[in-house]
Design a protein around this ligand. Sequence first.
Ligand SMILES: Nc1nc2c(ncn2[C@@H]2O[C@H](COP(=O)(O)OP(=O)(O)OP(=O)(O)O)[C@@H](O)[C@H]2O)c(=O)[nH]1
Length: 544
Amino acid sequence: MAVVPVLLWLFHQSSHELAQSRAWVSHSNTVLITLDHIRIDAGAVEGARRGYFITKQDSYLPAYLQAKKTLPRNLADLKSLTADNPDQQGRLELLTPVINELLSMADSEITGPSYDASQSGLRMAHARELLEQMRSLYAQMSSEEEVLLRIREQDTRNKLHNLNLWLIGISIGFITLIVLAFVNGQREIKQRRLAEAALLESEGLNQLTVRNLSLMGEMTSLLQACSDADESLDVICQYAARLLNTDSGALFLFRESRNQVELSVSWGEESKSDVIFQPEDCWALRRGELHVLDHVTHSIACRHLQDWGDICSVCVPIVAQGNVMGTLYLENRHNREIRLDERNLAHNLANQIALAMSSIKLRDTLRNLSVRDPLTGLFNRRYMEESLQREIATAKRKNRPLGLVILDLDHFKTFNDTFGHDAGDMLLREVGSVLAKNSRAGDVACRFGGEEFVIIFPEAAPNIVVQLTNQLRETIFAMQLQHFGRSLGQVSASFGVAAFPDHGGTTEELLRAADKALYRAKAAGRNRVEMAGNHAPIATEKPV
Ligand SMILES: Nc1nc2c(ncn2[C@@H]2O[C@H](COP(=O)(O)OP(=O)(O)OP(=O)(O)O)[C@@H](O)[C@H]2O)c(=O)[nH]1
């Protein structure tokens, strides 16, 4: 914008020079007109003189008198007009006496006494000579002034042309400035609108972020209070559905075997993912990083997706302390992209899930350590005693029966001595596994100590308990075990059964009754089931 005053100043200068140039043209024209008047007046003086001399008529006098009056004035004007031009001044100095003499000759002949006619020829010749001189000087002065006029007119034309160029330049400059100002203004308006839109968006995002943070905080707090994995999955499902604005979502977790990934919870519409798949079928699990499928990136679809033509999906690995636990899967239909902020949120959610799952797992592990027998994985004696106490109380309250079984492997010392302590451990693990597999939910199977096991059957009538115990005995007796390729032969176990309330109302009473029954089973030849208070053997195989 600083260029505008400069342009205006230059325009002003150019106009001023044009005006000066025009003044000089006008000046030259004035000089030429004045010269013309002098020439005409001088001619009028000479004409009047000659006419009056020949005719003596007064009709010649007015023109003479007029010229006599104007000639000195015009000569004075011409002197001042040519003051800047020494050449013209020099010629004027020659012209002035010639004209004065012409005037004085006319004056003496018109107003003075008549003179001798014999002199008339001489005077005529002198007058002609003066006139010639006057014309010659006039011609020189006119020609000089015309040259000056042409130069000045050319200069004026040049200046006018320059001024026009300036005008065009300034006009273009102004138009350019106006266009630039307009474009700039439009750009500023656009930028302001963009900034306003960004502000609104960021305000919206802030509100969303605050809401998401609050939901995430709530979820984390609930997850910390969850007592087991099932509870935590419920919480995850409810909060993920509220946090993530996708058509469907699901959490897939590794199975214990870690060779398959399985749907744990899902929300929204039914997804296009398989319910169970191999870990290699998911790019997020293979690479340990978020994997996006959309129509923008055209990335590769995971193999656990079916018919994925118009879906946009994201798989986020659930990783805690370097251990991949599964994948969080999100899906939109009809090519609706899962936005970057949603992906980031999913990433954060996956981290929270990973932390929660790993802490629940850790808690489970610690609890298992305190309540489980490390060799067989069954509950330990302390847990059994607590459970028995609780179950007896429940049975009393609900007036329901309860069965208690003590199992003792037969000749286990001999077994150990024959096949070694490791083989003995293996047998204990296998028996533990038989008990775990044959227990219903609610039954409590535990290792009581050494080669002794206890099973609590809540709400089971005595005859059912005996029946279940016999099945266990038969299963153990049918086991074909090998240790490092060596057959371990046939093993058996003896069982003592006690029932609540028939054989006792407390933990100690029931355990004692079952132990006595076991003692009888051993004494009776082993591989059999004995019921407390019942002296006839309930079931037996051949003695071992
Ligand atoms: N391998 C192994 N052996 C154990 C474990 N706990 C106890 N034992 C052994 O189990 C054997 C128990 O032997 P006993 O109490 O004499 O009974 P038994 O040989 O089974 O004879 P009966 O009970 O009368 O049939 C002992 O030799 C213990 O050392 C264990 O955790 N692992």
